[in-house]
Design a protein around this ligand. Structure first.
Ligand code: ATP
Ligand code: MG
Length: 592
């Protein structure tokens, strides 16, 4: 279907007056010092994420307001108010203190999206203890590797996960001093060498004074998704709360009355920064669904939980699209006013799908584990160019650079001033949530910076209106017969075919052309692979992209390999195609 290149916003598109209505004005007057004043701070100039997210509200008008609402198939919803959350996180902080765990020590959480995870993360932050939430679906190896890399002293998990995933490896975790277990059956855990968290919490005081942390003190250690290689541990500081608050305001447009749902798991940076911290900083009610993806369930939740702001990911949107529009149309979403997506490029088809079936376009935004918060975004007040990730937020200066001398160290780059020239996306250093190091890899960290710029490793271009367009990871770009081909462009065109649910495109070595484009596609429900379908898809791609860029080969797969954070793993498609070692697959969804 032919779609216009721009989705124009009008006053009718806005149910609430957006926080960011004057694009240039807000960017012109914004300062990070000013943004910090939106937070309370600790006496003496300190800043603590847990205090800002919970205690600040619990001491004020939001004491009885629901902070977190947990829903699951197995029982009634559980509402936790800001006041409850303050008391529970105080208890948890006291538990840590009683164990001698303090500022700068390191705690890991391995759990599904259960209340204890949220209490542990926020309570640990209040105690000055550095936190890493892990995906509960990780196997023993990835858990041990990450815990050892971070030198974790404390692990919070469930008795069931402990028995299956931690116990067999415990002897190989020399730094681990305390294992705090949540009994899945609600009883008391009896595992040797562990402590029962429920008992400890019951005995602890619910009064705690937040440990004095400074904006530059470490708060969180997040591992990257492992899309391009072995996951890296990125260190984040308490000052990140300033970015989380500012971006919750500008990119997610959070207002006090919102009912907000971030579908990401806290094992991925999005699920912590925007699934825990940013909504609490804004005092909104956050929905947490403890179940896995299910299209029917998700539509029901959007409707029945009166969600107003929804933050999800392209992979989820593609799965909803795969389930067909009829399901979506069986529900109504009168409360929904803003939908955003992050994690991968959002294909234009997906942006339009939102408009067609939810009545709202999907707003793509861009950031990385390393940036700690949203940097480039489409937001409620401004026109969307489907396929573009939007424009830099207030406080963020982005540019496109070219490398001057190959892979030098330190790298040397030059800013490209012309619009629409492809290069590496770079950001002027200095926003508060910028990562402060890759764990145990200073050389790699230093390589990310040059002349005051942070180099993102992503290729993009910026158009004359200042909208950024993602081309691909530097590693994924295909070089064919002298053309540089970004996989995203090809994948987006493949997704225009009614049968195609997902597409992943790689470069396959070719003696003549350098590389040829090979596409892997999975099909929507109701379609079956066939030679004629392959030819239809191929013809569509050739018509839209030209013969030089269209895939030379198209293969059908039932599903594409993706990370637990939902990103297509092109490096795995390539390794499998070429019969090469698969490398680190610790974050592969469905893997051990
Ligand atoms: P690794 O660094 O381990 O390979 P990763 O880069 O996927 O994994 P994350 O930090 O979770 O780990 O993801 C950030 C990356 O995701 C970005 O650098 C970018 O490549 C991609 N990304 C995120 N949002 C978008 C978006 N809106 N459009 C395009 N790409 C995006
Ligand atoms: Mg990365």
């Amino acid at each position: 279907m032919d779609r216009p290149p721009v989705i124009r916003k009008t006053a009718q598109d806005l149910r609430l007056s957006p926080h960011w209505a004057d694009f240039a004005g807000e960017r012109g007057t914004f300062t990070w010092d000013g943004a910090r004043r939106a937070l309370q701070g600790l006496p003496g100039g300190g800043l603590n994420i847990g205090f800002e997210a919970v205690d600040r509200h619990a001491a004020g008008a939001l004491r009885e307001h629901v902070a977190l609402r947990f829903v699951s198939r197995s029982g009634p919803a559980l509402d936790v108010s800001y006041g409850d959350l303050a008391r529970q996180t105080n208890r948890f902080a006291n538990v840590l203190r009683s164990l001698g765990v303090g500022k700068g020590d390191h705690l890991f959480v391995l759990a599904g999206r259960m209340p204890e995870l949220y209490v542990a993360v926020l309570g640990a932050l209040k105690n000055g203890t550095v936190v890493t939430p892990l995906f509960s679906a990780f196997g023993p190896e990835p858990i041990a590797t990450r815990l050892n890399l971070g030198g974790g002293q404390v692990l919070v998990t469930t008795d069931e996960l402990y028995r299956r995933k931690v116990k067999p490896m415990r002897a190989q975790m020399p730094t681990l001093r305390h294992v705090l277990l949540v009994a899945e059956d609600g009883g008391v855990t009896q595992e040797p060498d562990t402590l029962d968290l429920g008992q400890l919490m019951a005995a602890a005081s619910d009064v705690f004074s937040t440990v004095e942390t400074r904006p530059d003190d470490p708060a969180l250690l997040h591992f990257t998704s492992g899309t391009t290689g072995t996951p890296k541990g990125a260190v984040h500081v308490h000052g990140a709360a300033i970015t989380h608050h500012a971006t919750g305001r500008f990119a997610l447009d959070l207002h006090g009355e919102d009912r907000y749902w971030c579908t990401a798991d806290p094992g991925w940076v999005t699920g912590t920064s925007y699934g825990i911290i940013a909504p609490l900083l804004h005092g909104v009610t956050s929905l947490i669904d403890r179940e896995e993806f299910d299209a029917e369930r998700w539509y029901t939740l959007l409707e029945q939980e009166h969600i107003s702001v929804w933050y999800t990911a392209p992979t989820a949107i593609r799965m909803l699209m795969k389930a067909g529009p009829e399901l979506a149309r069986q529900h109504h979403y009168p409360n929904l006013r803003f939908v955003a997506s992050v994690g991968e490029p959002l294909n234009p088809e997906a942006v339009w799908w939102g408009k067609d079936v939810l009545g709202l376009p999907i707003h793509d935004n861009w950031w990385q584990t390393e940036t700690g918060g949203i940097m480039i975004a489409n937001t409620p007040a401004f026109d969307i160019k489907p396929g573009s990730m939007g424009r830099p937020l207030p406080g963020i200066e982005a540019c496109i650079v070219e490398h001057l001398e190959g892979e030098g160290e330190p790298p040397r780059v030059r800013i490209i001033d012309l619009p629409n020239v492809e290069g590496e996306l770079a950001l002027k250093s200095g926003w508060p949530s910028m990562f402060r190091g890759y764990l145990n890899n200073e050389a790699r960290y230093n390589k990310c910076f040059c002349d005051g710029l942070y180099l993102t490793g992503d290729l993009a271009r910026v158009d004359a209106d200042g909208y950024y367009w993602f081309i691909g990871r530097a590693d994924d770009v295909i070089k064919s017969a002298g053309h540089l081909i970004g996989p995203f462009e090809v994948e987006s065109v493949l997704l225009e075919c009614p049968a195609v649910a997902e597409a992943g495109v790689i470069g396959k070595p070719d003696a003549m052309l350098g590389e040829v484009v090979k596409a892997f596609v999975s099909l929507k429900d109701g379609y079956k692979p066939s030679e004629s379908l392959r030819m239809d898809i191929s013809a569509h791609a050739r018509k839209r992209l030209g013969a030089a860029v269209a895939p030379k080969e198209i293969a059908f797969l039932p599903v594409l390999p993706r990370t637990r954070s939902g990103k297509i793993m092109r490096r795995l498609l390539k390794a499998r195609e070429l019969g090469l070692p698969e490398g680190d697959t610790s974050t592969l969804e469905g893997g051990a």
